[in-house]
Design a protein around this ligand. Structure first.
Ligand code: GRF
Length: 218
């Protein structure tokens, strides 16, 4: 089986990156994580990737100042030099310009800690709690120029509890993120996704739990 060559872009702790690296260790996984790039020097995730034997690089966005294009050209040249076929953003805290996104259109995924299109942007758990929603979750989607938009590959949901704080809710959503990102990349790298308009169709079965109702009334 020929595996797709994947780079992961991070800025911080890299727990989603770790989930992807661990999943990709399986012989039947259709992607190989060959490179991890951080735009922040000393991002904790780099150490884990290095220990896992994966090439790591830091391309500090800070040192490019306002020269967004300069940073992105360096990033793009590096991805091409490593023959990267798919890019996964995993806690990569830098907005990408339409130019860069277009280079990787249909080949770049992001994970967002909310059920998109609700709660784009930051502080998703705080905002979900403030709104009193009963179901929250995470989304893996293809990246398009508009932030936190683009065809959705996979979503996972959690119930919101009466006593949740942003921290407890974030922890349960993060567990879901670690499940859906490797599964979504498996679909994409395995050629099982097809983009139709703003939708992503997959050959995969829908969830057997066809309904998620929260709270449960006994
Ligand atoms: C995750 O919650 C992800 O959804 C968001 O940023 C966070 C990154 O966490 N985009 P980690 O670095 O993967 O642990």
């Amino acid at each position: 089986m020929s595996k797709r060559r994947v780079a992961i872009l991070i800025s911080g702790r890299g727990s989603n990156m770790t989930a992807l690296i661990e999943a990709a260790a399986a012989a039947d996984y259709p992607a190989e994580i060959v490179l991890v790039i951080s735009n922040v020097a000393g991002a904790p995730g780099l150490a884990f990737a290095g220990k896992a034997g994966i090439a790591t690089l830091t391309i500090e966005s800070k040192s490019f100042g306002k020269d967004r294009e300069g940073f992105e050209r360096k990033l793009n040249d590096t991805l091409i030099a490593h023959k990267i076929e798919l890019v996964c953003l995993a806690g990569f805290m830098r907005l990408l310009t339409p130019w860069f996104v277009q280079q990787w259109q249909g080949k770049m995924l992001n994970i967002h800690p909310a059920l998109l299109p609700s709660y784009k942007g930051l502080h998703t758990h705080e905002r979900a709690l403030a709104d009193g929603v009963k179901i929250h979750g995470a989304t893996v989607h293809f990246v398009v120029p508009e932030m936190d938009s683009g065809p959705i590959v996979m979503q996972g949901a959690v119930s919101v509890r009466d006593d949740d704080t942003p921290q407890t809710l974030a922890a349960r959503v993060l567990e879901v993120e670690h499940q859906i990102y490797p599964d979504a990349l498996r679909l994409v790298a395995g050629g099982q996704t097809r983009i139709v308009g703003n939708s992503c169709k997959t050959g995969a079965e829908s969830s057997p739990d066809d309904t998620l109702i929260s709270p449960t009334v006994i």
